[in-house]
Design a protein around this ligand. Structure first.
Ligand code: DAT
Length: 177
């Protein structure tokens, strides 16, 4: 039996370019389902799971091995919703559902400017969204049936994405019992 079947509850990854709504979506899913939310960026900061500062991209350099080591036991247990802007370094076996959020360029630009990012960082991230970098990364890293690409432009779409995920979780959990 695979590891995914042994977990009592499924694990979900919410990924996408910064600003697409990963944390907001993951928090709502956790609130409505009781799943444990892990924001990888916060975990990296609080547990020092990095190897310094990337001057060019204006962000911490993740120590991917340390991040995976810190999450392994929790992921084996199941019932976790992880949010992170990258997805290719996690073990594929960890996730039963991978959601990639997408946002229109203009909206994303505004959200990132509001966040106080530098012009360079805003443009870099918007370009990443235009090039579908994270969608491609998810499709290369996980089985096709596990990956769902969802729009995240409006509050209505946010609510719909949460609803769909909660419904998916109910069904997946019922199948496991
Ligand atoms: P991320 O975790 O992907 O960086 P976030 O959850 O912090 O993104 O959201 C960035 C901002 O955009 C925040 O102010 C909440 C808002 N937001 C997120 N998803 C949205 C949506 N679908 N519609 C409108 N605003 C949204």
């Amino acid at each position: 039996m695979g590891e995914a079947k042994r977990r009592l509850l499924p694990n979900i990854l919410i990924t996408g370019t910064p600003g697409t709504g990963k944390t907001t979506t993951a928090e709502l899913i956790a609130e409505q389902t009781g799943l444990r939310h892990i924001n990888v960026g916060e975990l990296v900061k609080s547990q020092q799971l990095h190897c310094g500062w990337d001057e060019e991209h204006d962000c911490l350099i993740l120590d991917e091995d340390k991040v995976c080591g810190a999450l392994e036991d929790l992921m084996a247990e199941g019932g976790v919703v992880v949010d992170h802007h990258g997805c290719d370094f996690f073990p594929e076996r960890w996730f039963d559902l991978v959601i990639v959020l997408q946002t229109d360029n203009t909206l994303l630009y505004e959200r990132l400017e509001r966040r106080g990012y530098s012009q360079k960082k805003v443009s870099g991230n918007v370009e990443c969204e235009i090039m579908h970098v994270i969608v491609e990364e998810a499709r290369e890293s996980y089985r096709e049936e596990v990956v769902q690409v969802l729009p995240s432009n409006t509050v209505e779409e946010l609510e719909e994405n949460v609803e769909k995920t909660v419904a998916w979780l109910k069904q997946a959990t019922a199948l496991r019992c």
